[in-house]
Design a protein around this ligand. Structure first.
Ligand code: SF4
Ligand code: SF4
Length: 376
C-alpha cells in the first residue's frame, strides 16, 4: 500500500508449528510478578467517565437544539462547547488556522483544543485517547467483548485482507488532509462562519436523529462487524485514530519487552486488541499500539513487559500505569481548564444567529471549493 511499515506492522505472528522443532526455545523459569496490576481498572474507569461525560454533553446539546427548534424563549444562547470534540475535521481546520495566523479561532475553538490535547496524549502515551477516552472506542471494545461471550473469541481477518483494510483509515485521513491543505486561513475562517460551519454539530445530531435507511444499514453493519472483529471501526476506518497514530510514531514512549525475564508464553500477543506480535518484538513502535496496557496487565513474569522510555536510559526508564493515568488526566483537565480560564473555550456566535440557523440546519449545505462563501 506504500505506507510506512510501522503503520502496518505484521500483526499475526506465525504459529503454525505443531510438533517439536529444532528451533523450539528452552522453557524458561517463571519468576512470577507479585504486584497487582491496576491499569485495566484505571483504564475502564476513564472509559466509563468519558462515556458518561459524552452522554451528558450529547443530552445537553440535544435539549439546546430542541429548545431553539421549538422557539422556547428561555433558550441558552450557546451550545455546550465540549460537543465540538465531535467535530475533528473542524479541529484540524482550526489548528491549521492557528498555525498560519497565531490566532485562536472564534468558531469551534474547543475542537482545536481537544485535538491538540489528544495529539499531545498520543505523543506521550501512544494512542491512549483511543483506548482510554474515546467513547466510540469504548463501545467498540464492549461490542468485541460481547462477541467473545457469544462465540468464545473474536475473529481475525486473514492477513492479506487485514493489511490493506487497515490502510483505509490512512487514505480517509489523507483525503481530509488534502482537502484542508488547499485552504488558506481566510478560507478556513469563511468556512467556519458559513451557515454550514456554524451548525456543523447540529447537522451531525440531525444525521443520527433522522437516520435514513442507508445510514441505519451502515451503522448496523459496523456494529455487527465490531461484535465479530475486535475494534473493527478503530482498526480499519477511523481517520482520527490514524492521525493520532502518526503522532504516536514520534513518541519516545513504547511498550517494551525484556527478553531475559520473558518466558515466551505469548499471552501478551494473544490479548493485544491490535494483534501486535508483542511476544516477538522488544519494543512496540507500531502506530497501531493504543497504549491500552492489556499486554502489561496479563504478563505473568516479573519485569518482562512495561511501558518505558527506552531511548533515554539503560535499563529503560519504566512508566508505571498510575503515572500514565495521571498524565492523561493532567493533560485533559490542564488544556480544557486553561482554555476555559482564559475565555477561549466557547464559540463567539451571537444567540440571534443560532436562533435563526438551528431550526433550519438541515438546509445548510456544505460550501464547495470555489464557493464565494469560502473563497480565498
Ligand atoms: S496490548 Fe500492548 S501492544 Fe497491544 S495495543 Fe495494547 S498496549 Fe499496545
Ligand atoms: S506475556 Fe509476553 S512478555 Fe510476558 S512473559 Fe509472556 S510472552 Fe513474555
Amino acid at each position: 500500500m506504500g505506507l510506512p511499515s510501522q503503520l502496518l506492522e505484521p500483526s499475526f505472528p506465525q504459529r503454525t508449528q505443531t510438533g517439536p522443532s529444532p528451533f523450539a526455545r528452552t522453557k524458561k523459569k517463571l519468576k512470577r510478578r507479585l504486584d497487582r496490576d491496576y491499569s485495566q481498572l484505571a483504564r475502564r474507569s476513564y472509559q466509563a467517565a468519558f462515556l458518561l461525560l459524552n452522554v451528558w454533553l450529547g443530552g445537553a446539546f440535544y435539549f439546546w437544539v430542541r429548545r431553539l427548534e421549538t422557539g422556547a424563549s428561555s433558550a441558552d444562547i450557546t451550545p455546550p462547547p465540549g460537543i465540538d470534540g465531535w467535530l475533528p475535521i473542524a479541529g484540524l481546520m482550526n489548528l491549521k488556522y492557528f498555525l498560519l495566523t497565531g490566532l485562536v479561532p472564534s468558531i469551534h475553538p474547543a475542537a482545536m483544543f481537544l485535538l491538540v490535547t489528544f495529539l499531545a496524549m498520543s505523543f506521550l502515551f501512544r494512542k491512549a485517547f483511543c483506548s482510554w477516552l474515546c467513547p466510540v472506542g469504548t463501545l467498540s471494545e464492549y461490542l468485541g467483548l460481547l462477541g467473545q461471550k457469544i462465540f468464545g473469541r473474536n475473529f481475525r481477518i486473514w492477513r492479506w485482507i487485514d493489511i490493506p483494510l487497515r490502510g483505509l483509515k490512512y487514505f480517509l485521513l489523507g483525503f481530509f488532509v488534502w482537502a484542508i491543505s488547499s485552504m488558506s486561513a481566510a478560507a478556513i475562517a469563511n468556512f467556519m462562519r458559513s451557515d454550514y460551519g456554524l451548525v456543523a454539530g447540529v447537522k451531525m445530531l440531525n444525521f443520527f436523529r433522522h437516520m435514513g435507511e442507508t445510514g441505519l444499514i451502515v451503522v448496523g453493519i459496523l456494529v455487527l462487524a465490531s461484535v465479530f472483529v475486535q475494534n473493527f471501526w478503530c482498526r480499519y476506518l477511523c481517520p482520527y485514530g490514524a492521525l493520532l497514530g502518526f503522532a504516536s510514531l514520534l513518541s519516545p514512549v513504547r511498550i517494551r519487552r525484556e527478553p531475559e525475564p520473558c518466558i515466551d508464553c505469548g499471552k501478551c500477543a494473544k490479548v493485544c486488541p491490535s494483534s501486535l506480535p508483542v511476544d516477538k518484538l522488544v519494543t512496540i513502535k507500531s502506530a497501531e499500539c493504543t497504549g491500552c496496557l492489556e499486554c502489561v496487565a496479563i504478563c505473568p513474569a516479573e519485569g518482562a513487559l512495561h511501558l518505558a522510555l527506552p531511548q533515554f536510559s539503560n535499563p529503560p526508564k519504566r512508566i508505571p500505569s498510575w503515572a500514565m493515568a495521571a498524565g492523561i488526566a493532567v493533560l485533559f483537565f490542564g488544556v480544557v481548564g486553561y482554555a476555559k480560564a482564559v475565555g477561549l473555550w466557547e464559540s463567539h456566535v451571537p444567540g440571534a444567529v443560532y436562533r435563526q440557523l438551528v431550526p433550519h440546519a438541515s438546509e445548510a449545505c456544505h460550501p464547495m471549493p470555489g464557493d464565494p462563501e469560502i473563497s480565498r
